[in-house]
Design a protein around this ligand. Structure first.
Ligand SMILES: Cc1cc2nc3c(=O)[nH]c(=O)nc-3n(C[C@H](O)[C@H](O)[C@H](O)COP(=O)(O)O)c2cc1C
Length: 372
């Protein structure tokens, strides 16, 4: 890793956070986050898929591994979920019989093995009570930033700011941006349709200028479809203070991506990703697999809402990952999947991003010099 490398452009948010590069990396992996921090970016550790009792341990490990470097934590806080803690069994008991029969049919067709390891997807239901517990843990951590996606909670924003944490919100529309600004969020992440994970309907290139216009002095980051340094420089040119990437890191060794999924990501291009509600019940961009395709076959039922769809299919998702099922395995992934060409390391990816920024910068300066 080229520790000394400098970005050609360093927006003010870099100095505010004490990072060298305007590169923000979302990941569910502590190993990936620690490597992003070491390479001079700002890592954001996703906690939305962690078992509640493991969160304190994960946060303690994250704090230790970041070794004093700044990092953030991300929570997904959709508002339309049950208030009270609910057992997954009680939610399963409410599932419509035709959906249960459809998924049982797919389990037979694809010979899905029951998962053996405990996981969020087989045991948890997203409820307000679960989010409350996650929020307390995150507020108690030494994370410098707190990000939220899908929903917003005024109490979290207020309490995080009171503890000196910088608040980020992922927004997919100008309306969401306005809501976040009205709640006092300090950094907006304009996440376009191109992004991996839950997303709105406007592409990054169209969303970004509109969110920047709405945000005024509030810094905005660009997310969705970004995999190269030239793209990072491009969004800085548009006024973003950084790029927020999620998919790319799945190509890094530190992510411990299951081998069949890694091969799928390497083989996939932007057109192999699509938006589906079959993953969580909300529109989510994923890389296609036979499992995702089965939900788009004629006769397949419309996916249920959140949290029912996950109660219906969470064991299959857990199984395909546990057994690395080459036919079924999929993951949230953006159109940026084109950037995963081989297994690499986070350090190499960061170097390539910074070199790409510098290359694009020099190319543009060369055009200018040519004119004089
Ligand atoms: C595997 C995966 C899981 C994700 N999970 C979350 C999440 O839990 N919370 C969140 O705010 N964003 C999540 N995202 C979205 C990222 O924060 C980011 O906005 C997105 O990946 C950017 O687009 P890109 O995938 O094209 O880089 C996820 C993305 C991926 C690829």
């Amino acid at each position: 890793m080229n520790i000394a490398s400098e970005s050609p452009v360093r927006p003010p948010l870099c100095d505010r956070l004490g990072i060298r590069h305007p590169i923000f990396g979302f990941s569910h992996s502590v190993d990936v986050c620690a490597a992003i921090a070491r390479a001079g970016g700002f890592p954001v550790l996703g906690l939305a898929r962690e078992l509640p009792h493991e969160i304190p341990h994960i946060l303690a490990e994250a704090s230790e591994r970041m070794a004093g470097l700044p990092y953030g934590i991300d929570l997904m806080l959709p508002s339309q979920v049950p208030d009270e803690a609910a057992s997954i069994e009680s939610v399963r008991a409410q599932l419509p019989a035709p959906h249960v029969a459809f998924v049982d049919g797919l389990r037979d067709r694809f010979q899905v093995k029951p998962p053996q390891r405990p996981s969020f997807f087989t045991s948890q239901v997203r409820t307000r009570a679960l989010f409350d517990a996650q929020i307390e843990a995150v507020l108690d951590s030494d994370a410098r930033g707190v990000a939220t996606a899908i929903g917003l909670r005024a109490d979290l924003i207020e309490r995080a700011k009171a503890r000196g944490k910088l608040t980020f919100s992922l927004v997919g529309s100008v309306r969401h941006a306005r809501k976040a600004l009205d709640m006092g969020v300090e950094v907006l992440v304009a996440q376009g349709y191109d992004a991996g994970g839950h997303t709105g309907t406007v592409g990054t290139l169209s969303l970004l200028p509109q969110v920047i216009a709405e945000a005024g002095e509030v810094p905005v980051l660009a997310a969705g479809g970004i995999a190269t340094g030239a793209q990072v420089l491009g969004v800085l040119g548009m006024g973003a203070q950084g790029a927020w990437l999620g998919t790319l890191w799945m190509g890094a060794k530190e992510n411990h991506t299951p081998p069949a999924l890694l091969q799928r990501l390497i083989a996939s291009g932007s057109e192999d990703t699509l938006i589906t509600r079959a993953h969580s019940g909300k529109p989510c961009r994923v890389v296609r697999s036979d499992w995702i395709d089965a939900w788009n076959e004629p006769g397949a039922p419309a996916p249920l809402g959140m949290p029912l769809q996950q109660a219906l299919t969470g064991d299959v998702f857990a199984s395909m990952h546990e057994f690395d099922d080459a036919r079924l395995i999929y993951e949230a992934a953006g159109q940026s999947v084109f950037g995963i060409e081989r297994e690499t390391t986070v350090g190499e990816q960061m170097d390539a991003l910074v070199d790409g920024m510098r290359g694009a910068w020099e190319r543009m300066r060369g055009w200018d010099a040519h004119r004089r």
